[in-house]
Design a binder for this molecule. Sequence first.
Ligand SMILES: [Zn+2]
Length: 200
Amino acid sequence: MDKIKLETLGIEFELKGMKYYDLGFTNDMEKTGKHIFEDVENRAHIDPLIENGISKNNEAIGKFHSVIGFKDHFEYYVYYQDSKDKLMNTKVKGHEEAHVLHHCGKLQELKRELKKLGHSIDLSNSNNYSFSKKDPEYVAEIGSLLALEKAGFPILKLQVKSDNEGSYFSKIMGQSLQNYQNSYKNKLIPLRKTLWNLLY
Ligand SMILES: [Zn+2]
């Protein structure tokens, strides 16, 4: 069984039949998507079912696809636009990795990793991935923050630049950042109390 490695989340796991392809940063999201689609259509045993399709004028800066239709396995692909900015690139990659983890039913790996760093973030409503529900984006944003923290970015200093319309996505970003920062702060309170007790 191949080990699946999610680089920015720092998570490794095994899942029977799963193949994972991280295609890295690309300057042409649409072209990369088309390549994947052509390739899997050529190789699939039956008409492949590709979730989370590509579309023209798609402004997504990161993508993941899950593909079924092979005899003995299923495949996941991730790729992202290179924004030439380390924070943005880490964030986007972490976001897509978290989508994969959530989608393939391994959310517990993300929960375990958050717990290890002292976060208590409630993801219990999100156990089952659903394209129709809003929470996959919330889970993915939490994943992107974990990736940023692991890469050494100062989590407590991060702010969401809200766009003028206060779009759906910027709301989710704001909410996840707030929850992430708060659960980080909460972690520090008992420590401070303990010090206080020791000193006085
Ligand atoms: Zn997403």
